[in-house]
Write a protein that binds this ligand. Structure first.
Ligand code: FPP
Length: 239
């Protein structure tokens, strides 16, 4: 088990694309919603583990702006799980001093879920442990568009010179403003794509993909990703 005394370099910010719940259920001839249920249980467990390894920021992709295209019963099952696991996690995350922030457009969620989201953020506001960003109704292109609109308004209303804008101005208008860019992005379920996740922030992130399906991604699988990350030679465009 990795801990804060491990000799390995622990990335500051890790992003995880939690993929493979549906396939995990299919392999067991179970409905997809059962896969999501086990996925949500794993979300709770692995978050607590990662918070103990020294990772400072963890961003988990729970629901994308494109996931609304799924059958209504699957979307409803996911919303129900979000409600349930957010309530359950409030206690766990308090014990682990985890600060919770939701990134994405929450206006699309029903009022009860929005309330829960706000409550989870409020009770965790003063915590000093790991920052957990839960990306829900999150899409990176929408996020970049939001930042561009804010900057355009600043140019229009406050006389800002467009030529003075920098890449940092974009970063500081994203949902992740103020946090370091992800060092490592892990994707479970074997696909090799980012699927509209942290596109701007991941310019120099190391990508790690594993065939392991999300409900089966446990502590030792996270450790393997960190060991692999430690073998990478990060040059950030230099030599
Ligand atoms: C992708 O698997 C997974 C999702 C779209 C949902 C991820 C959500 C969770 C793990 C629950 C998180 C819970 C909380 C409370 C934040 P998939 O359905 O695309 O799997 P497949 O590729 O095998 O079909």
């Amino acid at each position: 088990m990795l801990d804060k005394n491990s000799k390995l370099y622990i990335p500051e910010h890790v992003g995880i694309i939690m993929d493979g719940n549906g396939r995990w259920a299919k392999k067991r001839a179970l409905p997809r919603s059962v896969g999501h249920k086990f996925g949500a249980q794993n979300f709770r467990k692995i978050t607590r583990y990662i918070s103990k390894t020294g990772v400072k920021v963890l961003t988990l992709y729970a629901f994308s702006t494109e996931n609304w295209k799924r059958p209504l019963d699957e979307v409803n099952a996911l919303m129900k799980l979000f409600r349930q696991y957010l309530v359950d996690s409030l206690t766990d995350f308090r014990e682990d001093d985890i600060k919770v922030v939701f990134i994405g457009d929450r206006s699309a969620f029903d009022p009860k879920l929005r309330e829960l989201i706000e409550e989870s953020e409020q009770v965790a506001n003063d915590r000093k442990g790991m920052l957990l960003n839960i990306a829900m109704n999150y899409g990176s292109r929408d996020e970049i568009l939001m930042a561009v609109k804010k900057l355009c308004k600043n140019v229009r209303d406050n006389g800002v010179d467009p030529d003075s804008l920098t890449v940092d101005d974009i970063s500081s208008n994203l949902y992740t403003a103020g946090t370091p860019d992800p060092d490592l992005i892990i994707r479970t379920g074997g696909e090799l794509r980012l699927s509209n996740f942290l596109l701007y922030q991941s310019a120099y992130s190391e990508f790690y993909s594993t065939e392991t399906l999300w409900p089966d991604f446990h502590e030792e699988d996270f450790d393997k990703a960190i060991i692999e990350f430690n073998k990478r030679n990060r040059r950030f465009g230099g030599v």
